[in-house]
Design a protein around this ligand. Structure first.
Ligand code: SF4
Ligand code: SF4
Length: 527
C-alpha cells in the first residue's frame, strides 16, 4: 500500500519523533517539574533541601542533556529545523497547552500565592516551603513566592542559555551576549540582592540591573525611606538608581544602542532570548502590528511617567523651609525636562522622526496637560479624583503583572518571545526613542548580496521586516530593534552587520516604491 507524502520541502523531512535518549532527557527534566508540582499539591517532602536540589538539578540536567543530544552530531550553524512543523513551536496543540500552563502559573503567582503555600503569619507550606532552605541559606529569611519565581527564572535562563550557546556556537556575538545575560541574571538579579538582604535587613530588595521605568516602584515612598534609613549603602543605591536613569543608560545607549540593555543585561530579555528562543519566529511582521506596537508602547511610557510623577509628587511638601524639592518645583522640573527633550527632537531630529513625531507629540501633550492639571486640581496626593496610590496600583496590576508576566511570558508560544519587550516595556520604548534619534548603533546591509530568502525577517523576534531593508541596501535603524543579532546570524549571505558608527548618514531611507506605500491599482486604473 502506498502512502502520500504531503511534505513539499526540498530540505528533507521534518523531525518525526524524539530519539530515545532525547525522550529520557525530557523525562528527567519533567521529573524535576513534577517534584515542584507535587509540593504545590501539598505533598510533604521529608528533607526539603535535598528534594529541592534534586528537582532543580533534574530540570537543569534534562535541558542540557537534551541540548547536547540535539546539536552535538550536527555541524556548526543555525539549526531551526522543523520549527514550523513542531506543534509546540507552531501554535499547535502543545503550543496552546504550554501557553495556558505558563499563563496559569503567572495568575497563581501574582494573584493567589496562597495556593503556592505562602503563609503570611507562620511557616510556609507547599512549594514555597520547599524553597525555604535555599532562601534561608542566602538571605536568612523564609522564601516568598518571588523567591521561588526568581530561582526558577534563573535556572531557566542558565539552562536554556547553555542550549542557546550550543545552538549558536558558530557566532561569537551570540555566545558572549548570552554569557552576559546569564551572569547578570544569576549575580545581579538573584544572588547579590539576597546577600544584601542578609547584610542589611532594612534595605529594600534591589535588583541592580532593573532601571526605572522597568522598576516603576523604585521611587516610592517606602523604598526611599528604606534607602535613606539604611545608611551609606542605601544612599549609594538610591543615587545609583537616579544615575542609571539619567547618566549610565543614556551614555551606553548612545554608544551601543539599546542592545546593551535589552539583549545583554535585562532579565526579561534574557528569558526571551534563552527559554523563548524556540518561539522567536512567531512574532507578527505585519505593518498593522507595527502600528499597534507604537501606539501601545508609547502609551505605556506616558502612563508610567505620569504614575511616577504622581507618586513622587504625593509625598513632597509645599513648605520651602522643610523640603529642598517642593511639589511645584518638582512639577516644573519634570515639565521643563520633557519640554527640552521634545523641543530638541522637533528642532534637530524632525526629519528622522517622520510618523513617530506625531505619536511623540500626542504623548507629550497628554503628559504636560495632565501635569499642569495635577498642579491646579489636585489635593494632597490626588490627581483629579484619583489618588496617586490608585494610579500606582492600576499600573502595577495592568502593566507590571498582567502585561509583563501573564501575557509577556505566558504567551511566548502564541505571539512570540518578545511580546512584552515589543508592546509593553516602557524601558524598551524610551531606549528605542534614543536609539532611533541619538545613537551610533545601526545594522548595515550589503544589499547586493541579499537573495531575499527571508530568514532574517522570519527570526526577528521584534517583528521587523529586515529583508525589506536588506533588499534596498538601507541601514536598519528601528526603535524596536533590540540588537539580538539573530537576523545577522541566520543570514546565509552575510548581508547584515551590527555596527556602531558616526551619526551622520545613519538614517538614509532609499526612495524605493513599496507596495505598502502606495496602492498600485490606483495608478493602474486612474479614475
Ligand atoms: S532586526 Fe535583527 S538585531 Fe534587531 S531585533 Fe530583529 S533580529 Fe534582532
Ligand atoms: S537572511 Fe540575508 S539573504 Fe536572506 S533575506 Fe535576509 S538579508 Fe537577504
Amino acid at each position: 500500500m502506498t502512502t502520500i507524502d504531503k511534505n513539499m520541502a526540498l530540505t528533507g523531512q521534518p523531525p518525526k519523533a524524539l530519539a530515545p535518549k532525547q525522550r529520557l532527557a525530557t523525562l528527567i527534566g519533567f521529573s524535576g517539574l513534577i517534584i515542584l508540582l507535587l509540593a504545590s499539591f501539598g505533598i510533604q517532602f521529608p528533607n526539603k533541601g535535598l528534594w529541592l536540589t534534586l528537582s532543580l538539578l533534574a530540570i537543569f540536567a534534562g535541558v542540557t542533556w537534551f541540548t547536547v543530544l540535539s546539536y552535538q552530531q550536527k555541524s556548526k550553524g543555525i539549526k531551526n529545523d522543523g520549527v514550523w512543523f513542531k506543534s509546540v513551536s507552531s501554535m499547535g496543540f502543545w503550543g496552546w497547552m504550554a501557553g495556558i500552563a505558563i499563563t496559569g502559573f503567572y495568575i497563581v503567582l501574582y494573584f493567589f500565592p496562597q495556593y503556592l503555600g505562602l503563609v503570611k503569619e507562620g511557616a510556609n507550606t507547599g512549594v514555597i516551603a520547599l524553597f525555604d532552605p535555599l532562601s534561608r541559606l542566602l538571605s536568612g529569611n523564609p522564601a516568598s513566592q518571588w523567591f521561588v519565581y526568581g530561582t526558577l527564572y534563573t535556572v531557566a535562563i542558565l539552562a536554556f542559555g547553555i542550549k542557546f550557546i550550543w545552538k549558536y556556537r558558530h557566532n561569537r556575538y551570540e555566545i558572549i551576549r548570552t554569557i552576559s545575560v546569564m551572569f547578570f541574571q544569576a549575580a545581579f538579579a538573584f544572588i547579590i540582592p539576597e546577600i544584601m538582604a542578609r547584610l542589611n535587613g532594612s534595605l529594600p530588595y534591589y535588583d541592580l540591573k532593573n532601571i526605572w521605568p522597568l522598576n516603576y516602584y523604585n521611587f516610592e515612598r517606602y523604598r526611599i525611606n528604606g534607602f535613606i534609613s539604611s545608611g551609606d549603602i542605601g544612599l549609594a543605591l538610591l543615587i545609583f538608581g537616579i544615575l542609571s536613569v539619567f547618566v549610565i543608560s543614556p551614555i551606553l545607549t548612545y554608544r551601543y544602542g539599546k542592545r546593551w540593555y535589552c539583549s545583554w543585561v535585562c532579565g526579561c530579555g534574557g528569558l526571551a532570548e534563552t527559554a523563548g528562543d524556540a518561539f522567536r519566529h512567531l512574532s507578527d511582521k505585519t505593518v498593522k502590528a507595527w502600528k499597534i506596537e507604537r501606539w501601545v508602547v508609547h502609551s505605556v511610557v506616558v502612563f508610567v511617567t505620569l504614575m511616577t510623577t504622581a507618586v513622587i509628587y504625593s509625598y513632597l511638601g509645599n513648605d520651602t523651609s522643610k523640603y529642598w524639592l517642593t511639589k511645584s518645583s518638582f512639577l516644573i522640573g519634570v515639565a521643563s525636562l520633557l519640554t527640552l527633550v521634545f523641543a530638541w527632537a522637533m528642532v534637530f531630529k524632525r526629519k528622522q522622526l517622520q510618523k513617530d513625531a506625531r505619536y511623540g507629540a500626542i504623548g507629550y501633550f497628554v503628559v504636560i496637560m495632565v501635569l499642569i492639571s495635577m498642579h491646579v486640581f489636585s489635593g494632597e496626593g490626588n490627581i483629579f479624583l484619583f489618588k496617586s496610590e490608585t494610579l500606582r496600583k492600576s499600573y502595577g496590576f495592568l502593566i507590571g503583572s498582567i502585561f509583563s508576566g501573564v501575557i509577556g511570558t505566558g504567551f511566548y508560544p502564541i505571539f512570540g518571545n518578545r511580546v512584552w519587550c515589543r508592546f509593553g516595556c516602557p524601558m524598551a520604548a524610551i531606549l528605542g526613542f534614543q536609539q532611533r534619534l541619538f545613537s551610533k548603533f545601526r545594522i548595515t546591509t550589503n544589499g547586493g548580496q541579499c537573495i531575499s530568502c527571508g530568514n532574517c525577517s522570519t527570526y526577528c523576534e521584534m517583528g521587523i521586516d529586515v529583508r525589506a531593508y536588506a533588499q534596498k541596501g538601507e541601514n536598519i535603524v528601528r526603535s524596536s530593534c533590540v540588537g539580538c543579532g539573530i537576523c545577522s546570524a541566520v543570514c546565509p549571505r552575510g548581508v547584515l552587520k551590527l555596527e556602531n558608527g558616526p551619526l551622520k548618514g545613519r538614517i538614509e531611507a532609499k526612495q524605493v516604491l513599496l507596495g505598502n506605500d502606495v496602492d498600485l491599482m490606483e495608478l493602474v486604473n486612474p479614475k
